[in-house]
Design a binder for this molecule. Structure first.
Ligand code: SF4
Ligand code: SF4
Length: 205
């Protein structure tokens, strides 16, 4: 005769068991719901403003890129998908890209370029269809990347509401007033870039 001693389940094991049950209940509940099949590509997806499509360059109302060719996006891009050659211009912004190329085969649509851009000049679009016959077709140049600002309004509003808040504050209230440590009265929120920069550089920020 073999005696099997039953072992008591640990808290973690019981929790896992519960998790499986919750998952099963969810599956069973949804199995009988009406199925929806999207008739893509005839019926396109209508992405939310939070959607990360391919990055594009913002074109101002005069038809110029808002980009000042600072190179920050090129620097942060993890897969080195961006290549910029800057040039001088007569416009007030003084610098602009002579060439701006994004290799969409390399781009992982992470959005770092958008987040780091000080000019709101590069944003994640709602474009998700990439088709090409060869590798060269996926190297988008300046003229392909430029998109009128009016078409990018939902995304621009979205990014201002989320991670651009500190930049908007600085523009609205003046950098010195908005940044504590330089005469500003407000306190930066924990986790914001201003907070991180002040932690790192103190009064030199
Ligand atoms: S979305 Fe990410 S990977 Fe694509 S170009 Fe921007 S930084 Fe590079
Ligand atoms: S970070 Fe913005 S302004 Fe700077 S090069 Fe990139 S797109 Fe242009």
């Amino acid at each position: 005769m073999v005696l099997v001693k039953q072992r008591k389940l640990s808290l973690g094991e019981r929790f896992y068991f519960k998790t499986v049950l919750v998952g099963l209940v969810y599956t069973v509940k949804n199995i009988f719901k009406k199925k929806i099949t999207r008739q893509y590509p005839e019926v396109k997806l209508d992405p939310a403003p939070s959607f990360h499509g391919v990055p594009v360059l913002v074109q101002d109302t005069e038809g110029n890129p808002k980009c000042v060719a600072c190179g920050l996006c090129e620097f942060v891009c993890p897969p080195i998908a961006i290549h910029i050659v800057g040039t001088e211009t007569d416009r007030p912004i003084e610098r602009a890209p002579k060439t701006f190329q994004i290799d969409m085969l390399r781009c992982i649509e992470c959005g770092y370029c958008e987040e780091v851009c000080p000019e709101e000049a590069i944003v994640m679009s709602q474009e998700y269809e990439l088709v090409g016959g060869n590798r060269h077709d996926f190297k988008w140049e300046l003229d392909q990347l430029l998109t009128p600002e009016s078409k990018l309004k939902p995304r621009l509003e979205y990014i201002r509401k989320t991670f651009h808040r500190w930049r908007v504050d600085a523009r609205d209230e003046g950098t010195a007033a908005a940044v504590p440590g330089k005469g500003g009265a407000g306190k930066p929120l924990q986790g914001t870039k201003v907070h991180a920069a002040l932690e790192r550089y103190g009064d030199n920020y």
